[in-house]
Design a protein around this ligand. Structure first.
Ligand code: SF4
Length: 150
């Protein structure tokens, strides 16, 4: 995998039980060491390329997820981590759960599991980094074409 930039990640816990969030943290420990791919965890959406979300969407977190997504610069990639983020999971029939992350923002990569294993998190991040690279190249081409047209 050859990337043109180290992907910066924004990790947001929507309404998870924290199981998937612990596995995400585990992927950053020396045992799994996701940082060897250049992945940097940032708390600032304006610095983030990849939006990593756990938990389902409810009425309270829906506007937060939308706002964080809108604050991230283009191009960006969204990764739904855990079956709750994918489609609401075990909580999908609860009165307050609207569904997965795709109820409010477009999702690029789905990483199912309950809880997701660190290996799956790393695989999702690897796919996200590749997709981000493709999106960046497409954006550069579009900008160059627009410049030529004047
Ligand atoms: S997928 Fe499982 S471990 Fe992850 S947030 Fe949902 S219930 Fe918790």
């Amino acid at each position: 995998m050859k990337l043109s930039k180290s992907p910066w990640v924004l990790h947001y816990d929507g309404s998870s039980c924290n199981g998937c969030d612990l596995e995400i943290l585990d992927s950053t420990t020396p045992v799994y060491d996701v940082e060897r791919f250049g992945v940097v965890n940032t708390g600032n959406p304006k610095h983030a390329d990849i939006f990593l979300i756990t938990g389902g969407i409810n009425a309270q977190n829906a506007p937060v997820v939308k706002q964080l997504y809108s604050q991230m610069p283009d191009p960006k990639v969204v990764v739904a981590v855990g079956i709750c983020a994918c489609d609401g999971g075990v909580f999908k029939d609860c009165y307050n759960i609207l569904g997965g992350v795709n109820k409010v923002i477009p999702v690029d990569i789905y990483v199912p599991g309950c809880a997701v294993k660190p290996e799956a998190v790393i695989d999702g991040l690897r796919k996200a980094a590749e997709l981000l690279d493709q999106k960046q190249k497409q954006m550069k081409k579009k900008r160059a074409a627009a410049r030529k047209e004047g």
